[in-house]
Each structure stands twice: as C-alpha cells, then as structure tokens.
Write a protein that binds this ligand. Sequence first.
Ligand SMILES: NC(=O)c1ccc[n+]([C@@H]2O[C@H](COP(=O)([O-])OP(=O)(O)OC[C@H]3O[C@@H](n4cnc5c(N)ncnc54)[C@H](OP(=O)(O)O)[C@@H]3O)[C@@H](O)[C@H]2O)c1
Length: 327
Amino acid sequence: MAKRIEFNQYGDASVLAYADFTPRQPADNEVLIANKAIGINYIDTYVRSGLYPAAQLPSSLGTEAAGLVEAVGAKVKHLKVGDRVAYCQSPLGAYSQYHVVSAERVIVLPDNVSFEQAAAVMLKGLTAYYLLNLTYQVKRDEIILFHAAAGGVGQIACQWAKAIGAKLIGTVGSDEKIAIAKQAGAWEVINHNKTDIVQKVLELTNHQKVNVVYDSIGKDMWLTSLDCLKRRGLMVSFGNASGPVTGVDLGILNKKGSLFVTRPSLAGYVTTLEELQEAGNKLFSMVASGAIKVEVNPNQIFALKDAQQAHKTIESRKTTGSSLLIP
Ligand SMILES: NC(=O)c1ccc[n+]([C@@H]2O[C@H](COP(=O)([O-])OP(=O)(O)OC[C@H]3O[C@@H](n4cnc5c(N)ncnc54)[C@H](OP(=O)(O)O)[C@@H]3O)[C@@H](O)[C@H]2O)c1
C-alpha cells in the first residue's frame, strides 16, 4: 500500500485528501517511478478547482516529479531500474509516493542535479525555455514584459532572459517581490499594486513599448498587457492566475495596433521524447552551469500529506519561486 493525494469533488484546497492506493505495474511503454520530490504548479489548482476538469472523479493530482525508476515496461529503451529521472506532463497522479508514467515523458537526470532541483525546475523551466526561445525568439538587448516575475516560471524566465542578454521588465504584486525578481535577473520590476504598468513601460522604453508580453495572469491583466505592446507586437497569454480571458472581440487587436495573440501550452512545443530530451538538455545544462539557480524557499517545501496547506499557500500569492511536496 502507498500514499497519494486524491479529490472527490472540485473546490478549494480542502477537497484534497491523503489516501491509500496500490500502484499498478507499468505497461510496455511505461515506467513505475518512486517519487522523491514533486513539483507543485499553479495549473494543479486549476484542475482541483474544476477550471481544467479531470477526466473523472475521484481523481489524483499533479504532473511533475523526480525520483528513481522502480520498474520498466518491456518496450522501454532509454530507461532502466535505478535510473535517477524526472518527468512532467504525466497523467494526473504525481502527488504520490509512486507514479506510472509513459516513458516518453521521462528523462535521465545529470548527476549534479538533485531531485529537489529537478522537480522545482522541469515543467517551469521547459515553459520558460519554449516561451523565450520558440514562441518568440527573444534577442539580446531586447526589452520584454513578463508578469508574475517572482513566481515559479517567472524567476526562471528572469534568469533565462538575462542569459540571452535581454532586458526583462517584470511585474509583481508586492515590494518584497521586487528584490526577488531583480535578484533573479530582471532588468526593471514594477509592483502592479502601486505603479501603473502602462505608464512605467512607456517610461522604461522611451515611449516605444515592447515587442512581446508574457501574461500568465489572464483576465485582470489582458487589456493592460495589450496596451504595453508596440504595433504588430505579440501577446503571449499562457496562464489564468486571475481567471481565464474570455469573450474577446478580435477588433481590439486592430484598434491597439494590428497585434498578434497566441495561447500556447508546453504540450504544443515539447511533445515527443526527442523534443523533451533536446529541451531538457538545454534546461539542465543551464542549471548545471549555474546560469539558472533553483533554490526552493524552505517554507515552500511541504510533506505530501500537507498538500492542502501547499495549495492554500501558492494561492495566497505569498510564494516566490517554486514549491515542492516531499513524499
Ligand atoms: N501555458 C503553459 O505552458 C504554462 C506552463 C506552466 C505554467 N503556466 C502558467 O504560468 C503561471 C505561473 O505558474 P507557476 O506555477 O510558476 O505559479 P506562480 O507564478 O509561482 O504563482 C502565480 C502568481 O501569479 C500572480 N497572480 C496575479 N494575479 C493573481 C491572482 N488573482 N491570484 C493568484 N495569483 C495571482 C501572483 O504573483 P504576484 O503576487 O507577484 O502578482 C502569484 O504568485 C500560471 O498562471 C500557470 O498556469 C503556463
């Protein structure tokens, strides 16, 4: 018998329960992994709340962890029992001591990357990678706008933009987070509760505005983000922390300067094992070189059984960087 987090109905963090379950054996193309550190992602709260409903209820939760391979399906070529691995984009169920995952979602970890670092950086780091390199190729000296810059994805994006040599303007929700985003490599940081974002972006860009805005806030930030873009700029709407953007009148893109909009997800960019290995190598070599540091705040490392508290904390907007569950 093993332990995992399950929920029977959609709702706030209190629906999460610490339950017994029996892990199944992997099918031909799967591996069974003993999780050692589990990544908490904001998307997990959307699944729990019903914004992104699970296939069925009761459901388990979570899509990212790092650990040891316990059993390998007959057709799996690139993994063996005992390998130190990490995965993301798994079926729901990573909030668990054990998880069965399709082998094409799993990569072997370099020796110098710990389970905690891997679980803290994999999904968020691959997201920062595709956003800054594939959705739009950020260039040296280019000024870009990135919201929630002190968050999990945000701090990695600050570091990646700095490594490219770009000037990332970050937005955050408190003065304490300004120093954190700057420390991570943001060029300038705006506390959006105190300072008008559009005015500040005009000032910082010599009234030019920016070519690209990365917006994971969603509903509350949509119009502000569009107003920060240059003519024919690109709005990258990649999350819904304040609720989804709905009911868009396309004419607004015309009025605000022939703008482009995309609503990307990691699954649209990193789909095959080859794409995962290529992106994973880039990410983990940035971690190994120190260009991307992942230090998880000790009070954001929760025992698996305390997943309720972990979700309350991430939704309170008090967290910075990544958060983990330890089984
Ligand atoms: N599309 C993709 O491929 C993809 C992949 C990964 C993550 N994401 C998205 O990226 C975002 C960041 O994910 P994460 O796991 O790293 O989380 P996170 O950034 O650590 O946490 C979310 C942050 O959003 C900000 N926020 C603004 N308005 C909010 C509101 N009304 N309620 C709660 N938070 C609010 C808060 O920062 P401030 O207080 O500083 O504003 C909060 O800390 C999420 O929206 C997630 O869904 C998208």
